[in-house]
Design a protein around this ligand. Sequence first.
Ligand code: ZN
Ligand code: ZN
Length: 442
Amino acid sequence: MKKKVILVIIDGLGDEYIPELRDTPLGFISTKLNTINKMAREGMCGLVNVISPGIPPSSDTAHFTIFGYDLSKEYTGRGYFEALGANIPIEEGDVALRFNLATVEKIGDLLYIRDRRAGRISGTQAEKLISDLQRAIDENDLPAELHHTLEHRGVLVIKGKEKLSRCISDVDPHETDVPVLQSEPFEEISKEDVDAALRTASIVNKITQLSFEVLDKHPINRERGEQGLPKANIILSRGAGIAIKLTPFNEKWGMNAAYVAGGPLYKGVAKAVGMKEIYVEGATGTVNTNLEGKIKGVIDAIDKGFDFVFLHIKGTDSLSHDKKPRLKAEFILKIDNVLHELLELKDIVIALTGDHSTSSRLGRHIGLPVPIVFYSDSTIRRNNLHRFNEMECAENGALGSIRGSDIMPILLDLSNRTMEYGLRPSPKKVMYAGAFGKPLRI
Ligand code: ZN
Ligand code: ZN
């Protein structure tokens, strides 16, 4: 019998040794975990190198890989996921970039970045600046739309009237006190793609330049200058992504999939692969998210007949970026406290892991592997492991070390959905049973 599958991603779950805790945050709290330790005792654990050992994934590349998509062939770039997740209208062929309103200082013919967030300018002021800049973009006949999202952030959509490319470098150097960069095509792309990339980069460069011309002298910035606040006098864009049709998750894995998530990026990746949203009131993608509600959302989705549910919890990663290892540990305990209802489901396989490790000492993603547990209400190997943490999963896990791209095949196998390697009843190359070609008519 086919089982239902739940994939729980606790963002940035893994960590490094934190001297004040004398352990990783997960290791420190793992003596107190009830449900996750039960899953670990009765299931199979191991470590995941999500992309490859030593490579710190971004959240979008990590999720894309875990969902079974090939970064080298199918990756669309982050901006597309951001746009989808924020419900910004985007059509096939458009290119989307995230942007920040930032503060620059003009020295000679260069623009030096002084504050990448323009003093975290208020949403109301940002909104006004962005709408005035949009007017200038339209007057200059540039095929682009700006969408404000939160505080200093927004999404720039370049309309694909002519062929565009996502393979362009960022104008944002991701550091302060260095000049704003010129966007250029990636060096490694093929000759056919260079024209599209040159066209896209040129539009981005024009918009960046225009943003400084319009915003630097804008009355809001004059006022901010008088009040001693940093001017929001440029938009710095990054992470170009192109809207393309991806093979739907359902086609790839033979399961109808739904997702429960709060953060726009995760919603965006899930939407891009065709998962259906289960909306949960108060699911914010922050540490104050409605954890109970999210678990109810997962159970709802299973009851509605979805075969696969992806649950994303973001708070752990945010606390790591804020260098708060103790709060990260406490948040993991809060998650553990709500998970027990999932274990009461029948005919279920659950995988629980992170999308990458985030160091709460350094405040950034690191390349160390993440612990994973596969739990099922029946038929699975059990490892001799009592606590779910990085070191026990490495030392006593039944699985050893796997890659992010191994997670979906393992889930297929444990949920009795897999097909023996080499069998080919369908022209489409899939791993799951039940995909057939046309019946022969006689
Ligand atoms: Zn992440
Ligand atoms: Zn992160």
